[in-house]
Design a protein. Sequence first.
Lengths: 158, 215
Amino acid sequence: MHSSLTKYKIGLGVIGLFTVVITIWAVTQASATKQDNNTYNSANNISGKLNNYTDVHDIAPYSLASIGIYNPPSTITYSRLSNRSYRFCVNYKTSSTDFSVSSTESNLLTSNVGDSNSYDSSNYSNNSYLYIDTNHHKGNNCQVVDLYNYNDQYDYSN
Amino acid sequence: MNNEQQPDLKPVPPDEGRLEPLSNVNHKVFTSDFTDTTSQAQDVSVIPNLANTSAQDLSSSDVIPLPVVKVLSPAGVEYVFMTVALLTGEFGLGSVFIALFNSKTSFSVLAYPASLLIVAIPVFAWLFLRLKKGELLNVGRRFDASKRRSTQFIQIFNFVITFFTTIGFVAAIFSKMAGQYSGSMAKLFLDVLVVWAVSGGVLVYYWLDEHKKRI
C-alpha cells in the first residue's frame, strides 16, 4: 500500500514545493510593492499641493520646501526648470500591471480574445498639469510640466 | 397500524378511478420508512397513492420504496471537501503558471494565486492521501455512490473548462488571421497549454480512475 501511495506523495510534494517557492517570491515582492504604494500616495499628495500652488501663483515653486513639503520620500524628486516649468520624477521599484490572470482565463473560456479599445495611460500628454498615474514602469517616471499660460491663448487687453 | 384496510394494487376500472373529494378520502401520514406517524387519519393530498394503505401492508406488498432524502456517506462528505480543494488548487496552479508564462511576477499578480495554493494544496493533499488510503484498504469505497458523484463532477467540470478553452484558442487563431487580435499567439498557446495540462490532467486522471474500476 505504501508503494501505491508513494507516487502520489511525490507528486503532491513537488506541487507543495512549487507552492512554497511561489509564496516566498510573493512575500519578497510585498515590501517593494508596499514602498511603491507609499511612494504613489506621497506623490499624489505632493502633486495636489503643486497644482494648487501653480494655480494660485502661476509660477513653478523653487523647491518642494517652499510649498510646505520638507521631507519628501527619496523616491520623489522635484527640479525647477524655469519660472513656468518643472520636472517631477517618481521612482518605483516595480512595474504596475493591469494584467489579470482571471480575466485571461475567462477571456479564453468565452472566446473573447480580440483586441479591446482600452485607454492607454502612457499616452497621457497633458503637460500643463501634474498627474500621478497609477500605471507606471519600474524606475524613474518623470513628467515635465509647462504651466498653462492663459495670456498666450486669450488676449483680454481688448 | 390499521390491518383492516387492504392496499389497492389491482387495476382500477375507469369509473372507479375518478378522484373523490378530500373529505371522503382517508389518508395517512407516512415517513420515508413507511411507519405511520399518526394514530389518527389525516388528510394528505400530496401522496394519494398511499391513501387507505397501512405501513404493514406496504412492507408486505410489491411496492418498492424510493428514498426521499438523499445524504452523502461519511466518506462522500470528505470527497466533496477534496473536490472543492482540488478545483481551488487547480485555479491557483493554473493562474500562477499563466502569470509566469506572461512574465508577470509582481506581487499584485501572484498574491491571490499564491493564497489559493497555500490553503488548497495542503488540504487537498491531506484529504487525497487519506481517501486514497481508505480506497486501498477498502475496495468497496471506490464504488461509493457519493465518491463517484464527486469524481464525476470533477470530470464534467474539467471537461467543460478544457473544451471551451480549446474553442477560445481556435477563435483566437481565427481572430489573428483576420487581424482582430494583435497579441502574441505563442503566449496565448502557453496559456492554453497550462489549462490543458492542469485541467486536462485532472480530467484524464479521474477518467482513467473511473474506467479502471469497471474492469
